[in-house]
Design a protein around this ligand. Structure first.
Ligand SMILES: *[C@@H]1O[C@H](CO)[C@@H](O)[C@H](O)[C@H]1NC(C)=O
Ligand SMILES: *[C@@H]1O[C@H](CO)[C@@H](O)[C@H](O)[C@H]1NC(C)=O
Ligand SMILES: *[C@@H]1O[C@H](CO)[C@@H](O)[C@H](O)[C@H]1NC(C)=O
Ligand SMILES: *[C@@H]1O[C@H](CO)[C@@H](O)[C@H](O)[C@H]1NC(C)=O
Ligand SMILES: [Zn+2]
Length: 304
């Protein structure tokens, strides 16, 4: 009797646990990824644009930005659960720095399973497919493009390279004005949402235009530096991750202790950081795709 009761309780408990929604550990929200990839499209070379359009699923209708949040949409699906650890990097608490060998692993300690490892992985897949058509037909290059475009966005969200102990701000409960949320979500979505309402007439395309204008005016001298990788490498995500954890310490975690209420002062001082990271993510993704799909590689047709 007692044992049967225990069993019943365990079953009930299990059912209840299954019903509790898994807290969504997302990345730049939909808007952030959309903005990043809209900026990217502006800077693609003709060759890269051609290759990208061939790889995009029909549903995207030729618009890269339409699939840049795809990796978040599927990460909780059974088939893609393995990709969940590829959206972020956990770094040692309060160290404020990042090292690939030390930090790029999942919670089981499997090496390379983090956002920078994934960026290397999908860049390599696309590049090798375009460099020699014969090999690597085993990769799904449409998925590689969608993952790469998403993860380059993610690695620019400062709290995607955050402390292990607070799960990149996910376990830091704060109020955003009157709303209860967590610090990670503030950086994924809330700052952008509030900016849209306050400054951009709730129109994402106006915000994207404003960022683009800064890229061609205010930041025009910085753009070549953003695009550059040492040794002419195709991609250099370790630098982007180091910037992120540094910004996380300087801006995201600062004055955002558990239980605090974040309002105008935090919002207005952090928004420029967010807008610049969207710009850098967009410009860099374009530079990476341009390097992957450089002309002269005659393979485009045969490998698709
Ligand atoms: C690399 O890509 C393949 C194909 O999507 C995937 O199975 C593997 O988990 C990826 N590894 C990393 C570290 O991104
Ligand atoms: C490649 O991946 C996409 C997205 O998951 C999928 O819709 C498509 O069927 C895949 N293509 C192949 C040839 O498996
Ligand atoms: C444009 O750049 C200025 C100067 O750095 C900054 O204050 C402003 O927030 C930026 N606006 C956008 C939309 O990026
Ligand atoms: C990078 O590429 C440029 C142009 O192809 C070349 O002039 C330069 O020497 C290269 N730099 C390095 C460090 O390989
Ligand atoms: Zn993500």
């Amino acid at each position: 009797m007692g044992e049967w009761h225990n069993l019943m309780w365990n079953v009930i408990l299990l059912i209840l646990l299954l019903l509790i929604p898994v807290p969504a550990v997302l990345s730049w929200g939909k808007e952030g990824h959309y903005a990043t990839c809209k900026i990217t499209q502006e800077y693609l070379s003709e060759d890269a644009l051609f290759a990208v359009k061939q790889l995009l699923p029909d549903s995207a209708e030729g618009d890269l930005a339409a699939v840049c949040a795809w990796a978040d949409e599927v990460r909780h699906n059974y088939h893609f659960r393995w990709s969940s650890a590829l959206h972020y990097i956990d770094t040692p608490d309060f160290k404020c720095n990042y090292e690939y060998c030390r930090d790029c692993h999942d919670s089981y300690g499997h090496k390379h399973r983090c956002v920078t490892g994934a960026i290397y992985n999908y860049t390599m897949q696309l590049k090798s497919a375009y460099a020699n058509s014969a090999s690597v037909l085993s990769y799904n290059l449409t998925e590689a493009l969608m993952f790469l475009s998403h993860f380059v966005g993610d690695v620019h969200q400062p709290l995607h390279v955050g402390f292990t102990g607070d799960l990149g701000g996910n376990s830091i409960t704060v109020r955003w004005y009157r709303r209860k949320t967590n610090l990670h979500h503030v950086w994924d979505d809330m700052i952008i949402d509030s900016a849209l309402k306050t400054f951009y007439d709730s129109d994402l395309s106006i915000m994207i235009q404003a960022i683009k204008r800064n890229i061609t005016e205010t930041w025009s001298n910085d753009v070549p530096v953003w695009e550059h990788c040492a040794h002419n490498y195709t991609v250099c995500p370790d630098g982007y991750a180091s910037e992120s954890i540094s910004l996380a310490c300087k801006f995201a975690y600062k004055n955002a202790t558990p239980g605090s209420t974040l309002k105008d002062e935090y919002f207005l001082s952090r928004l420029p950081v967010v807008e610049k990271r969207l710009a850098q993510g967009g410009v860099r993704l374009a530079a990476i795709l341009n390097r992957i799909f450089t002309s002269k590689a005659p393979i485009a047709q045969s490998s698709i």
